[in-house]
Design a protein around this ligand. Structure first.
Ligand code: BTN
Length: 242
């Protein structure tokens, strides 16, 4: 499209009718940096922590192949991608962020990010950034009805998925180039879109379930939370359950 052609970052765009997972496809060594792998549906879509990501037609499923970066950049990349998505979707609905990178509306999940990497020492040699957004889906199966939603359900209209994609890519490109130059300066803005500060959260950490109060995030994107004893803890990555 015109949008993609005019962009410096995403010059290679591969669109598939169906894939197992755009992340799996993007992991193949044939794709140059900044390739965009898009599928209309996935039959084995992957979510975080080994969960599956239900991927029916009508939604957005794509992965971006990124050039190597240091391991420390992984969390900032998560945070700034979440912000880019949330900022784009806010043009349509009052969506929020849940650390590290869930996009939610009324406690229901609307989108998520799965970053897969291959690393060697301190360097992420291969980075695949996968994004899934529920755009036009009106019905979810029984098991996820209570926890999933879509833009179409929230706003009662249908969308061209490209329109949403362009806005996300546009935002992503801005934040990503900032991220490479210096520390992320979007933390403050990220916090404005967060729904959990001051609230009790349940988190899986080192195989343990803990209840903590979410306080904020550091300038590196780590979660600051307080435990039962009033001790502050910094959480780098883990899964939060509401
Ligand atoms: C999450 O669990 O929150 C992350 C969901 C990520 C889903 C996207 S859809 C495109 C890409 N390909 C996959 O198999 N997963 C990601």
């Amino acid at each position: 499209s015109d949008y993609l052609a005019s962009k410096t970052l995403f010059k290679h765009c591969f669109i598939f009718n169906e894939l197992d997972s755009t992340n799996n496809e993007a992991m193949k060594s044939t794709y140059p940096h900044y390739s965009l792998i898009i599928a209309e549906k996935q039959y084995a879509g992957k979510g975080r922590s080994g969960r599956k990501w239900v991927s029916d037609e009508g939604n957005l499923y794509f992965s971006i192949v990124l050039p190597p970066m240091p391991v420390e950049q992984l969390l900032p990349l998560n945070i700034s991608t979440g912000y880019a998505i949330c900022d784009a979707l806010r043009n349509y609905a009052d969506v929020s962020l849940k650390w590290p990178n869930d996009i939610v509306f009324n406690n229901k999940k609307l989108g998520g990010i799965l970053i897969e990497t291959k690393f060697s020492g301190n360097i992420l040699e291969k980075i695949v950034l996968g994004i899934g957004i529920n755009v036009n889906q009106l019905d979810f199966s029984h098991d996820i009805k209570e926890i999933a939603t879509s833009l179409a359900i929230i706003t009662e209209r249908q969308y061209r998925t490209e329109e949403i994609l362009w806005q996300i890519l546009n935002n992503f490109e801005k934040n990503y180039t900032d991220l490479l130059k210096k520390r992320i300066d979007i933390i403050e803005k990220w916090c404005k879109y967060s729904m959990n500060f001051g609230k009790m959260i349940k988190i899986h950490l080192d195989g343990e379930k803990m209840e903590l109060i979410e306080k904020g995030i550091t300038d590196k994107g780590e979660l600051i939370a307080v435990d039962h004893f009033g001790n502050e803890r910094k959480i780098v990555l883990g899964d939060i359950y509401l």
